[in-house]
Design a protein around this ligand. Structure first.
Ligand SMILES: Cc1cc2nc3c(=O)[nH]c(=O)nc-3n(C[C@H](O)[C@H](O)[C@H](O)COP(=O)(O)OP(=O)(O)OC[C@H]3O[C@@H](n4cnc5c(N)ncnc54)[C@H](O)[C@@H]3O)c2cc1C
Length: 564
């Protein structure tokens, strides 16, 4: 496999025997597609194997109601932010349909009356909004924003850093560790302390240090618990909030959170088009059963239908339990690594509810079902910290939240391609149901949970319930069975402290390589995942290409030495 430009790659492909590949990517989610696009772009004859009838994985647009195919929903993930500008540019994604509508403000209407809006980049309006609840909090907002932006500037570039193998004494690992320390030599005592706080505190304790109003704290806590099997009082949730607040990964400024035109499937489709343009092949309904191992190396894959396909490089983007425990014989992996993957935490308790609406919610606090600013961002159900905590405690006690938390969005406020004129799609990212609901469908309980979720919104916007034309509920069981999200975790594994950076997915293997030579790993369970950011797929492809280049050089040196 040569790291040559596309034209040379095409020539190389022309000479390759039919049906043979340089690289196989297992899984056609957005990370698999990014990996394939970069591999194919470098000239590698690349095949993507996707188990479902369509690509995209958790970044997918679907029409879930057979009797109403004109309504399309972004069935799981729903908003974009972290895709680095380099990937967008390298793969020319705008030409392939990548188009983001920046979101409006966070919006929360309160059961006791009134509402709050928080804007991503409008300090003056934030001051006005927060002043409605606390003058002191309004004055604290600019300092909070600056504090957070300073920390995001430190954490952002780390997302593009390949984590060093901490603790290893190999010269190459020591060099990488020192390089990271050198890159961060500008950090002072204060910043290190703030990062430590962020990594170890709960979002509730952190916000208590800054604000007094329960309404303001509720609105700011949302990002700390998204996709997390932890309530806002759990240590580590402050970091989850920061992960969602990063504006720059050291690669140019990221866009604000926004909606992809045509839903999140539009992001996957743009990446797929780029991969195909560079020559990658994509095979659907091609479920991989296991990785072929020969002479201690990954040598290809075997599909569920028994077909065997060979390649020198395999990039897996499946959940780590599937990729390593189900698809590779245990005898091929070191016991420590197997233990780490067996202990991988992969719970969420998330239920995604997709709704088709005949009209927009008409909030008592901000009347009118005509399109208004508060419909254009997130339409939250997180009125206070205690409300969010109660929802988590219910689920941890083994029952679905009585009053669930929700991060709602209405993409059709901008995107008219998803539903007929005058109607809308609303996507509710809700929490929590018990984590073990990934083991059974719990259909009737999910229906009841959804009824309660709708009632909560209906209390604030009394036209809501009657406006629902169709509803689609995706619980943890379906996430695991249909989409391969084991345990229903939305990121292929929790963003808890012991599973971040050099620990993701396992210590010693955070550089997108695996214990099996020839097998690379680029799912959301690696550093920079989760989320629809493409960084894991990009890094896995880069690692594979770098190793191929080194192997080629070593071979040339061997030949020259033999000749002389
Ligand atoms: C409900 C929900 C909401 C979310 N919201 C957001 C959001 O708003 N913004 C955001 O940035 N992130 C969000 N996320 C997270 C984000 O969607 C994921 O982290 C990301 O899409 C994972 O991408 P991936 O390519 O690593 O894996 P996946 O998307 O899981 O792709 C893996 C692919 O492998 C395929 N596969 C599985 N088994 C096999 C097999 N045996 N053989 C072949 N193929 C196989 C699967 O079908 C899938 O297509 C959300 C996730 C969920 C579930």
């Amino acid at each position: 496999m040569a790291a040559a430009p596309t034209a040379a790659g095409a020539a190389a492909r022309a000479g390759a025997p039919a049906g043979s590949y340089d690289a196989i990517v297992v899984g056609g989610g957005h990370n698999g597609l990014v990996a394939a696009a970069y591999l194919a772009r470098s000239g590698a004859r690349t095949l993507v194997l996707e188990g479902r009838h369509k690509t995209g994985g958790a970044a997918t647009t679907e029409a879930p109601w057979p009797d109403a195919p004109e309504f399309k929903v972004t069935r799981l993930s729903y908003v974009m932010s972290l895709l680095p500008p380099t990937i967008i540019k390298d793969l020319d994604l705008a030409r392939h349909g990548y188009k983001i509508y920046p979101m409006g403000p966070y919006y929360q209407a309160f059961p006791e009356g009134g509402s709050i809006k928080l804007y991503a980049d409008d300090a003056r309006r934030n001051h006005e909004e927060v002043s409605k609840w606390s003058k002191k909090d309004a004055d604290a907002m600019p300092r909070w924003d600056a504090w957070l932006a300073g920390l995001a500037d430190v954490l952002g570039p780390l997302l593009l850093t390949v984590p060093p193998n901490l603790g290893s004494r190999k010269p190459r690992d020591l060099r990488e560790t020192l390089r990271l320390a050198w890159k961060n030599r500008g950090l002072d005592v204060r910043t290190v302390a703030d990062v430590t706080r962020l990594m170890t505190m709960s979002i509730a304790d952190l916000l208590d240090d800054w604000f007094e109003s329960p309404q303001v704290k509720g609105a700011l806590a949302v990002n700390g618990v998204i996709g997390t099997w932890a309530g806002p009082y759990e240590p580590g949730t402050a970091y989850v909030m920061a992960h969602h607040s990063i504006g720059d990964v050291g690669d140019g400024h990221l866009g604000n959170w926004g909606f992809q035109e045509g839903g999140m499937g539009g992001v996957s489709s743009a990446i797929e088009l780029a991969a195909r343009e560079h020559g990658a092949e994509v095979r659907l309904n091609a479920k991989v059963a296991r990785i072929l191992v020969e002479n201690g190396q990954a040598a290809g894959v075997v599909l569920e239908n028994g077909d065997e396909i060979r390649a020198r490089v395999i990039v897996s983007t499946l959940h780590p339990r599937t990729a390593f425990l189900d698809q590779i014989g245990r005898e091929h992996l070191p016991p420590d690594f197997l233990g780490d993957i067996e202990h991988w935490k992969t719970r969420s308790g998330v239920v995604k509810i997709n709704l088709a609406l005949s009209e927009l919610p008409d909030f008592i606090a901000d009347p009118g079902s005509n399109l208004q600013e508060h419909h254009t961002g997130s339409v939250e159900m997180a009125p206070t910290m205690d409300y969010i905590e109660r929802a988590f405690l219910d689920a941890r006690d083994g029952k679905a939240a009585v009053r669930p938390f929700s991060d709602g969005v209405i993409p059709t406020a901008f995107d008219k391609t998803l539903s007929p004129e005058g109607t809308h799609i609303m996507s509710l990212f809700t929490q929590w149901v018990p984590a073990d609901w990934s083991e059974e469908p719990h259909t009737a309980e999910l229906e009841a949970y959804t009824d309660r979720m709708i009632d909560c919104y209906n209390e604030l916007a009394p036209n809501f319930k009657a406006s629902i034309l169709h509803r689609d509920i995706v619980g943890p069981y379906e996430m695991e069975q249909e989409y391969g999200l084991v345990g229903g975790n939305i990121f292929h594994g929790e963003l808890s402290l012991e599973q971040l950076f050099h620990m993701r997915p396992a210590p010693g293997y955070a550089d997108y390589r695996t214990p099996l030579p020839g097998l690379y790993y680029g799912s959301s369970a690696t550093h920079a995942g989760g989320g629809v950011c493409g960084i894991p797929g990009w890094q896995a492809a880069k690692a594979a290409l770098a190793d191929q280049k080194s192997a080629k050089r070593a071979e040339q040196v061997r030949k020259l030495t033999r000749r002389s």
